[in-house]
Each structure stands twice: as structure tokens, then as C-alpha cells.
Design a protein around this ligand. Structure first.
Ligand code: CP
Length: 304
């Protein structure tokens, strides 16, 4: 495997191995400090990011490597009209591996076809975000102790939320997973995921608009932001953005072992009072992102 474009590029044994390596990095960071000495990661971010870009960069630095790149299209020659293909054909002369975020779905696939060096999809439009999914899986494993036999509530913008799409594709490959899809009808999960993934694989799922009614059943509550940047109409965004706000009183009906995940950034969908609850693990999740990306960089560079 040269690139990571889609979470389905990884088999379950490969995902389990990445989680094992990430856990070993957490336990024994000193063993990894020079693994990527003289290697360079290019972060090509044509869309804004805090966690993904900085955790990739921190990951490479903690492996002893170096980082170059840009954090917005306007500061690259994309602003002058350069194509993604020409950009990555240029950057492969300067770096050993590329992490790329792009607003156009499929842009990392195009990039991967044009370069010899590994391309990591760091989010493409409303499509996929496989390294967020790896982060989510590591977090669930560390927090709950298993990746099977789970009831997972996905709440918020299930239409445009690429992290949800990738997470579903990953979790359906584990045993006895049930999904509760909690969204307004305008932001329901796309039909292709319902028909081509959930129905086809005979996965148990429920669609509902009620977070409160779903809460007692959940092992995981995966909250998401309403994706303002993907709306065509500001009025629709304003009408839908605060449909769900998780507050401490709503959590009173949740299992004591339930965990609240959120890929972040949050806007208003989780009140800051929830942060004090031990079940809120979204900042631990963001930290896990660095370790799983370290494991992924090692894998794609072929470093033991
Ligand atoms: N979770 C995530 O992708 O966050 P950023 O947009 O800050 O990278």
C-alpha cells in the first residue's frame, strides 16, 4: 500500500497493527525519536485545519523528521492556477511523504496517481477523512477497550460530515455494531451509505431526530459540527446549526461508561460544561491523533 486515501485502503489487521504501534509509541516514546531522521513530511493544506495539520507536523517532529508545506491555498501557487497534479509532482522533489487536505472530493486520489511518494488524504471535501477515523478507532479502543459489540450514536450533520462517513465504513467491519443516526431530516446520512454500506452489509441502524431518546442506549456518542462551509444557503445553516446542543443534564441519562467523541472543532454543539465530565474524551481524542499519525507515517515510509 503506497497511499492512504480511504479508510478501506486498510484491512482490519492493518488497522489493528497501527493501533498497536500507536499504543507502543504512547508507552515508549523514546524508542521512536529518531525513526524518521532525515525524512521530510510535506503538509499541503488547501483548506483550514488545526488538529490534522498540526498533529501531522508534531508527529513528524516527534519521529525526528522535518516538515515543510503550506496551510492555505492562497499562500501556494494554487492561487495562480496551478493544478493539484503539478503541485504534487513538484513537492515530491522536496519531501518523502505528503499529507494533503483539499476541498475537492477526489483530489488526493489524483495526487496519488501522479507521484511516487506516499499521499495521505487529510480530508477531501465532504467525502473522507481516514486519519480522523484512525484517531477515532484508537480513542474508542483506549477508552472503551473494544471495537466490537458497540451501539454508536452519530449526531448532527451526517450529510456533510466526512468524519462520520469514514467512521461508518470502518466500524461496519467489526462484529455486532449498531448505529443510531441522530440528525434533522435535512442532514441525514447520504443514501449511498445507507444502501451500499449499511443495508448491503446487514448492519442494524435506526434514524431518529431525538438525541434524548437515544442517549440511554449508547456506548459511544459521536457529536459533529454542522458544516457551514458546505451549505449553499446561509439561511439553512442558521436554521439547523443549533439543532443539537449536548449539555450536562442530557448526559444524566447516559451510561456511566459511555464516551462522547467529537472530531472537533466544536462550535456550539457541546456546551463547555460537558468538558468536565470524564465521559467527554474529545481532547484526549485530539491528542491520540498525533500518535496514530506517527504510526501511519512509519507504515507508509516502510520503517519498522
Ligand atoms: N478533526 C479535524 O479534522 O480537525 P481540523 O479541521 O482542525 O484539522
Amino acid at each position: 500500500m503506497k497511499d492512504l486515501i480511504d479508510i478501506l485502503d486498510l484491512s482490519i489487521p492493518e488497522i489493528d497493527k497501527l493501533i498497536e504501534v500507536a499504543n507502543d509509541i504512547i508507552e515508549n516514546p523514546e524508542n521512536y525519536r529518531e525513526k524518521c531522521k532525515y525524512k521530510k513530511l510535506a503538509t499541503l493544506f488547501f483548506e483550514p485545519s488545526t488538529r490534522t495539520r498540526l498533529s501531522f507536523e508534531a508527529a513528524m517532529y516527534e519521529l525526528g523528521g522535518n516538515v515543510l508545506g503550506f496551510s492555505e491555498a492562497q499562500s501556494s501557487s494554487a492561487a495562480k492556477g496551478e493544478s493539484v497534479s503539478d503541485t504534487v509532482r513538484t513537492v515530491e522533489a522536496y519531501a518523502d511523504i505528503i499529507a494533503m487536505r483539499h476541498p475537492k472530493e477526489g483530489a488526493p486520489t489524483v495526487a496519488a496517481a501522479k507521484t511516487q511518494i506516499p499521499i495521505i488524504n487529510a480530508g477531501d471535501g465532504g467525502h473522507n477523512h481516514p486519519t480522523q477515523t484512525l484517531t477515532d478507532l484508537l480513542t474508542i479502543k483506549r477508552e472503551v477497550g473494544r471495537l466490537d459489540n458497540l451501539t454508536i450514536g452519530l449526531c448532527g450533520d451526517l450529510k456533510f460530515g466526512r468524519t462520520v462517513h469514514s467512521l461508518i465504513q470502518a466500524m461496519v467491519r467489526y462484529d455486532n455494531i449498531k448505529f443510531i443516526m441522530i440528525s434533522p431530516k435535512e442532514l441525514k446520512l447520504p443514501e449511498y451509505l445507507i444502501n451500499e454500506v449499511l443495508v448491503k452489509k446487514n448492519i442494524e441502524f435506526v434514524e431518529t431526530e431525538s438525541l434524548e431518546e437515544s442517549m440511554p442506549e449508547l456506548d459511544i456518542l459521536y457529536m459533529t459540527r454542522v458544516q457551514k462551509e458546505r451549505f449553499f444557503n446561509e439561511a439553512d445553516y442558521v436554521r439547523l446549526k443549533d439543532t443539537y446542543i449536548l449539555t450536562p443534564d442530557k448526559l444524566e441519562h447516559a451510561k456511566p461508561t459511555m464516551r462522547v467523541l467529537h472530531p472537533l472543532p466544536r462550535v456550539n454543539e457541546i456546551s463547555v460544561e460537558v468538558d468536565k465530565d470524564e465521559r467527554a474524551c474529545y481532547f484526549r481524542q485530539a491528542k491520540n491523533g498525533k500518535y496514530i499519525r506517527m504510526a501511519l507515517i512509519l507504515k507508509l515510509l516502510g520503517i519498522e
